[in-house]
Design a protein around this ligand. Structure first.
Ligand SMILES: *[C@@H]1O[C@H](CO)[C@@H](O)[C@H](O)[C@H]1NC(C)=O
Ligand SMILES: *[C@@H]1O[C@H](CO)[C@@H](O)[C@H](O)[C@H]1NC(C)=O
Ligand SMILES: *[C@@H]1O[C@H](CO)[C@@H](O)[C@H](O)[C@H]1NC(C)=O
Length: 470
């Protein structure tokens, strides 16, 4: 079965020795070897139910999925009980949006293509004396015959390891566990380790040069080169100023900006979403803004569809990038946005499945905000979260705090990422923008990035805009 021998590190510090000795096969199992379980094992069924519920909570899918078949299951005693369970899951006819279902009563689709079978590996860790379960790992992939992935353990140098390489390997293992990384070959793993090491150095340099209160270090992007990171997550279109559409200027705010403001405290901001391996930040920036505008108009916070924009906004480039100014226009032309649940996110471009009958929020036009950060703050406090864009230079390795990279390192004209300004204030005297990102809640501070405010840093003031709902 697929196993990196990695998740063990999560619970056993002894694992260090295993790394040093290159012994990934058993020596750390002293707590108990894995035992194969029968399909009717009560502990297994409970763990599976837990994994299934958690899986449904975490997924963006519209339908409830259920386990259709147990392929294999083991139990291992490691500071509690760890279940490794490989199953097939299928889509049921129950929609998550509808009233609460008892999952057991949800029927699978009859046709297998609609059932969209996946093979999932779940690892559930039960700590009985704490009455607690944790989903340590969840790896799902479509159950189509695919070349089998060879999964390897962390690469080991044949040389005698120094303390430094041991620390590096430890950090790399922790990273792989935390962010669910597997590599398809030993070469790939070694390459990623080298990139990881390089990135640690980059993060240290950033840290040394930063003027804020920030912490840079290991993030979920730590095994990507800067170039890969840009290619996958950033948005080259934002830098093509000639493509920008002229929008009418926003009416200035009627009052000066209060000292601080945070729309999260006023119910205008949804949870952080995740754009996945797709350069669709522009769509998330725009839906976040419209969610706020709609909230201001109706008092209701909806979660709106980015996938509609990825699929149906022909002015933009789907996962290849886009511009908020285009997206507003596309939404006006389409007639509005569907909800996240009705048109849910897949992270790749598909045929447009927009249905005007499902529109829940419309916009009438869009406006461009002033370029002065005080004016932007005043407008935000009065009107709602603002779509903004910036140079994401300091974001790949950002962990927490207020980021304040040197100005010369964060060219304000090299804008490559779209985000949502939801508030501002200062922390211990350091003024910041609170920036809602779309790289999941496991990025930065619960999905947020905090950037120094007051010197137009990284071009944050250059491309602020908003939809208008009349
Ligand atoms: C464990 O937690 C469940 C649900 O949270 C609760 O119903 C049950 O009584 C708890 N058992 C113990 C031994 O604390
Ligand atoms: C873990 O990674 C695999 C691919 O390596 C992916 O298919 C799966 O969805 C991931 N699981 C989680 C919980 O992110
Ligand atoms: C705004 O747009 C909606 C939907 O297209 C439309 O019904 C409404 O009349 C528009 N409002 C104004 C003031 O034009």
């Amino acid at each position: 079965m697929m196993d990196l021998g990695l998740s063990r590190c999560l619970v056993l510090a002894v694992c260090v020795c295993a790394v040093v000795r290159g012994d990934d096969d058993g020596r750390i199992e002293t707590a108990g070897a894995p035992v194969h379980l029968s399909d009717s094992d009560p502990g297994l069924l409970k763990a599976l139910k837990f994994a299934e519920d958690r899986y449904n909570q975490l997924s963006n899918g519209m339908h409830i999925r259920r386990v259709s078949k147990i392929i294999s299951a083991t139990r291992q005693l490691v500071k509690g009980v760890r279940y490794s369970i490989t199953v097939e899951t299928g889509r049921t006819q129950c929609k998550k949006s509808a009233e609460l279902h008892v999952p057991e009563e949800c029927e699978f689709f009859q046709e297998s293509h609609k059932q969209k079978t996946e093979v999932c590996l779940f690892e559930v860790w039960n700590i009985p004396w704490e009455n607690k379960s944790t989903l340590l790992k969840q790896k799902c992939q479509p159950a189509v015959p695919k070349e089998t992935k060879k999964v390897v353990s962390v690469p080991l140098s044949r040389d005698k390891p120094t303390q430094e390489t041991v620390d590096l390997l430890m950090q790399f293992k922790d990273f792989m566990v935390k962010y669910n990384r597997t590599y398809t070959s030993q070469e790939e793993a070694e390459k990623r380790l080298r990139i990881f090491q390089q990135n640690l150095k980059t993060a240290q340099t950033l840290q040394a040069l930063d003027q804020g209160t920030v912490e840079y270090g290991v993030t979920k992007f730590s095994d990507l080169t800067e170039n890969e990171f840009r290619m996958i997550y950033l948005n080259p279109m934002l830098n093509q100023w000639s493509l920008q559409k002229q929008m009418k200027p926003a009416a200035p705010a009627s009052k000066a900006a209060p000292d601080s403001w945070d729309w999260r405290e006023h119910g205008a901001v949804n949870n952080v979403k995740n754009q996945g391996l797709c350069g669709s930040c522009w769509a998330f920036s725009v839906t976040g803004n419209i969610e706020g505008q709609w909230f201001k108009k109706t008092g209701q916070l909806l979660s709106l569809s980015e996938q509609e924009l990825v699929d149906c906004d022909k002015l933009d480039q789907a996962c290849g990038g886009g511009l908020p100014s285009n997206a507003y226009e596309a939404i006006e032309n389409l007639g509005g946005l569907e909800t996240e649940i009705d048109y849910s996110y897949t992270g790749h471009k598909q045929g447009c499945e927009f249905s005007s009958g499902k529109v829940v929020a419309y916009i009438n036009s869009s406006v461009e905000l002033p370029k002065d950060e005080n004016d932007i703050a005043a407008w935000l406090a009065e009107n709602g979260p603002v779509s903004a864009a910036l140079n994401a230079f300091a974001m790949q390795f950002y962990r927490k705090g207020v980021s304040h990279p040197l100005k010369i390192l964060c060219n304000p004209w090299m804008i490559d990422h779209a985000v949502l300004l939801v508030g501002y204030g200062d922390r211990n005297g350091v003024p910041f923008w609170a920036i809602k990102n779309s790289w999941g809640e496991d990025y930065g501070e619960h999905g947020y990035y905090y950037l120094y405010r007051g010197s137009n840093l990284c071009g944050i003031n250059k491309m602020c805009s908003s939809a208008v709902v009349d």
